[in-house]
Design a protein around this ligand. Sequence first.
Ligand code: ABC
Ligand code: CA
Length: 489
Amino acid sequence: ASAADWQKRSIYQVVVDRFATSDGSSPPCFTGDRRYCGGTWDGLINKLDYIENMGFDAVWISPIVANVAGNTSYGEAYHGYWPSDINNLNPHFGTPDDLKNLVTALHGRGMYLMVDVVVNHMVALPDNTSASTAGVPALDYSTITPFGTSTDYHAPCFIQDYNNQTDVEQCWLGDVNLPLADLNTENQTTVDIMYQWIGDLVKTYDIDGLRIDTAKHIRKDFWPGFASAAGVFTIAEILEGSTDYTAPYTQVLDSILDYPTYFALTDGFKSASGNLSNIANIITQAQKSYKGGAFSTGAFLDNHDQPRFASTTSDQSLVRNAMVLPYIHDGIPIVYYGQEQGFQGASDPDNREALWLSDYVDDPAQRPLLDQLGRLNAARKAAISAPGYSFLESPMKFVSPPGEAPTIAISKPPLLALLTNLGNQSTVVYGLPDAGLGNNTAVIDILNCAQWRTGETGEIHVKREHGMPQVLMPASVLSAMNSTLCRDV
Ligand code: ABC
Ligand code: CA
């Protein structure tokens, strides 16, 4: 599928080992142990209703290829980011047929599959019979396929200086406990193998899109050939807070995970002292400097590398506000599994809880965050196809009245999000001269079905208690789209 196809989607991110077991059992899973807990592709197939019922229409799964076997200093390769054989699948997650069945099941529901791929490095256990180089232990390369000799890799050195891009690209990630052997992607043979591999992989499993791991660790001009060999949508991980750094990657791949917005978002909503206007500043920079504007991004609040936002505050109103932003963002909303259940795991490995321990409770009355995500997915879907609007092509605008630091209003017609970091003790009154929702129009807050009306010149005055977010939409759009959202209003 293409970038335009993906733009309409909403993505649910899954760590396969932690999502669902084949037989639906709930084995114990201690994140701190860093061991395989038993999730599989087959288990995921059995839980697609759970994902689809929340309104997601794409699933991003953790890496699929075979990884280094056994225990390392950082446990087992349950997350999939330690490839050792790119030509075989990770047997812990199932067989090639299981993966094909997953794709068939997704496509049968009109859903897309995004696969996470690692090209930057391979992993092998140390070879204790040889000496280390530049502080990097010698490795048993013979266990790696197809890059089975040291000459397939850049000369060993750990990345020291993140301001030195050559270091970032050609030195190694990991540490002395577990080096991630950095493939020599300057070597044309290696490049050819990788291009061939990705084209075959996408075809064999009928993959719809790729999440590209560690994209900043390979030279930029490697990527266009890789993307064209893949022939599907690509979204690159560039773990960096500055749009100056991330922007050039939007020239070489379809899109990037919007880390600059992520840092501003989590900082802005962490407490009432968070800086909300910085969110507007960063997103405005992205809109100006990214090829295709902020549309060429994926917007997220959580992922498997960062502490869950819910681990940073106990104030649910802050969590609820922050969760809205990816949905009013120009990019594709991406939600990390477990957010809907209120999981609170902090840093890796604690943020990779087994979802089965939640019993997959999907009653909106019992799971307010799941309820909110369902509403946001439904509202975005209705907005995308609303007659008279072009939601996907309209860049989000910041329309907050100046001086109102603890609130932020974001307009992306037919949606208007009113957010605050004042917390659950606060009642917020918003007044906007132009809501962008039409004049004298009935509007609905899709999060609680409250009804409001814009004035003669499009102005709006609304109030919300307990510091909760509001997402307003013209009532006429919801009824025209036959949406089930707030349909009793
Ligand atoms: C393992 C253990 C951990 C342990 C760690 C030392 O080793 O599991 O418990 O703490 C995989 C696994 C991890 C594993 C690692 C290493 O491999 O999932 O559990 O950690 O063995 C991707 C994936 C990630 C994956 C890998 C490796 C890469 O999403 O899940 O990890 O395939 C760098 C990379 C980035 C990578 C990330 C983990 O490391 O660039 O691709 N993620 C700065 C740098 C970033 C750097 C980051 C963290 O530090 O610029 O490049 O990310 O080291 C902002 C700045 C940023 C700054 C951040 C921290 O602050 O703007 O520049 O990032 O303000
Ligand atoms: Ca590299």
